[in-house]
Design a protein around this ligand. Structure first.
Ligand code: GLC
Ligand code: CA
Length: 397
C-alpha cells in the first residue's frame, strides 16, 4: 500500500496575510497564494497548512473565528478557497486548514444567540483565573461571566454540550467535502474545558477520536495534525491514541531545543513513538521567534545545519514560510506592533524581491537582503539548499 501523501510531503506553513498580496491593499490573500503556486511547486512542497482564513475581528489574527464556513473578506471568498484547493491539487499540493475548536470570536453569531447560551462556559459569579495573554480569564457580559483561556474576545466553547460537537462535526465535513486534505487543530491538547474552565484531557481525547472517525470516512482519509503544546514527550505520545486520534502531534520539545540538542530530542521522540505513529518536525511557526534568530544567532552555517536536520529526519518536516530563505526575526518597531502577544516579528511579509514586492504591507518588511528573487538565482543560497534537500527526500520516500 502506498504511504499517504502527508508521509511523503514536506509541508509548508503559510501565513496568508503575509504571504502574497494580489490586489495591493497590503494584506496577503488567497489569490496571492494561487499566484505563487509556481514558487511552491518549484520548492517541492507537497502540502500547505494555512493559518486561519475565516472572517474574524482579528483580536488574535484569525484565531478568533466569527464564521467557520466562510473566508475573511480581506483574504478572499469561498470561491477563491475552492480555486486555491483545485489549483494546488493540480500541482500535487494538498491544502490543510487551521481548525480553532477551543474558542470562537465573541462576534461569532453563536455567542449572542440566547438559544446557544449553553455553547459557552458561563458563571453567575466572578471567578479567579489568568488568561494566556495576561489579565483575567473570566469576563463579565450582561451580569454573568464567561470563561476565556485566551483573549476576552475569544470565549471558550463548552465541549460538554453535544450540540457543540455536532456543530464542529459539520464544520469538519464542510471543508473535507470541499477538498481540504486535513486540519491543523489549534490548542489540541487542552481545548476541552469543564464548567470552571479546567482542562478535561479525557474528553479532549474523546473528541479527537470522534474527528478521526470522520477523517477516516473520506477517500483518501483526511489528516489531523495537532498543535500539542506539551513539554513532555511521553505526554505528547498520548495524542496519537491507539492509532485512532491525531495522525501527527507537533513536537514543541524539538522546536524549542538548541541546535546541539535537536538530534537527541529527535532520537528520544523516535524511542517513545507508539508503534506505527508518524513524527512531525518544525523549527519555527507563527507564535515563536524564527529559528535562525532563536537557535542559530543568525549564523548562516548554523541555519544550514538546522535545515539539514529538519529535512533529513524520518517523518513530516514543516517549513514555516520564510524558513526556506533563512529569514530572521524582524525587529518590529513598537508603533507597528499589532499582536496582543507581540508575535509580529515572525509574521512579517515574505520579501519576494530586494524591494520587497509589497505595497505598504500591514506589517513592516524588515531586512530584504534575503528575498526569493535573489536567493532563487543564487545556486549557493539557503533557498536552493532547501530545494535540494526536499528533492533528495523525495527519492527516499
Ligand atoms: C494557538 C495559535 C496562536 C493563538 C492561540 C489562541 O496557540 O497558534 O496563534 O494565539 O492558539 O487561539
Ligand atoms: Ca490583498
Amino acid at each position: 500500500m502506498a504511504s499517504p501523501w502527508w508521509q511523503r510531503a514536506v509541508v509548508y506553513q503559510l501565513y496568508p496575510r503575509s504571504f502574497s498580496d494580489s490586489n495591493g491593499d497590503g494584506v496577503g490573500d488567497l489569490r496571492g497564494v494561487v499566484d505563487r503556486l509556481d514558487y511552491l511547486e518549484w520548492l517541492g512542497v507537497g502540502g500547505l497548512w494555512l493559518n486561519p482564513i475565516h472572517p474574524s475581528p482579528n483580536a488574535d489574527w484569525g484565531y478568533d473565528v466569527a464564521d467557520y464556513c466562510d473566508v475573511h473578506p480581506e483574504l478572499g471568498t469561498l470561491a477563491d478557497a475552492d480555486r486555491l484547493i483545485a489549483a494546488a491539487n493540480r500541482r500535487g499540493i494538498e491544502i490543510v486548514l487551521d481548525l480553532v475548536p477551543g474558542h470562537t470570536s465573541d462576534e461569532h453569531p453563536w455567542f449572542s444567540d440566547a438559544s446557544k447560551r449553553g455553547w459557552y462556559i458561563w458563571s453567575d459569579e466572578a471567578r479567579e483565573g489568568t488568561s494566556v495573554f495576561g489579565g483575567p480569564s473570566w469576563t463579565e457580559r450582561d451580569g454573568a461571566w464567561y470563561f476565556h483561556a485566551f483573549h476576552a474576545k475569544q470565549p471558550n466553547v463548552n465541549w460538554l454540550n453535544d450540540e457543540v460537537r455536532d456543530a464542529f462535526d459539520r464544520i469538519l465535513r464542510f471543508w473535507f467535502d470541499r477538498g481540504v486534505a486535513g486540519f491543523r487543530i489549534d490548542v489540541s491538547h487542552d481545548f476541552v474545558r469543564d464548567g470552571e474552565g479546567h482542562v478535561r484531557r479525557d474528553l479532549t481525547h474523546d473528541v479527537l477520536r470522534s474527528w478521526r472517525r470522520i477523517a477516516d470516512e473520506y477517500d483518501p482519509p483526511r489528516v489531523l495534525i495537532g498543535e500539542t503544546w506539551v513539554h513532555d514527550l511521553a505526554e505528547l505520545m498520548t495524542f496519537y491514541g491507539q492509532g485512532d486520534e491525531l495522525h501527527m502531534a507537533f513536537n514543541f520539545p524539538f522546536l524549542f531545543a538548541s541546535l546541539e540538542e535537536l538530534g537527541a530530542v529527535a532520537a528520544r521522540t523516535e524511542a517513545l513513538l507508539p508503534e506505527g505513529a508518524w513524527p512531525i518536525w518544525a523549527l519555527s511557526n507563527h507564535d515563536v521567534v524564527r529559528f535562525p534568530t532563536r537557535m542559530c544567532d543568525g549564523d548562516e552555517a548554523k541555519v544550514r545545519r538546522a535545515l539539514r536536520i529538519l529535512l533529513s529526519l524520518r517523518g513530516t518536516p514543516v517549513l514555516y514560510q520564510g524558513d526556506e530563505l533563512g529569514l530572521e526575526q524582524v525587529a518590529v518597531p513598537p508603533d507597528r506592533i499589532r499582536d496582543v502577544a507581540e508575535r509580529d516579528g515572525c509574521r512579517t511579509p515574505i520579501p519576494w524581491t530586494r524591494s520587497g514586492g509589497w505595497r505598504e504591507p500591514w506589517l513592516p518588511l524588515g531586512d530584504t537582503s534575503r528575498n526569493v528573487e535573489d536567493e532563487r538565482s543564487d545556486p549557493a543560497s539557503v533557498l536552493n539548499l532547501v530545494r535540494e534537500l526536499i528533492a533528495a527526500r523525495s527519492t527516499h520516500v
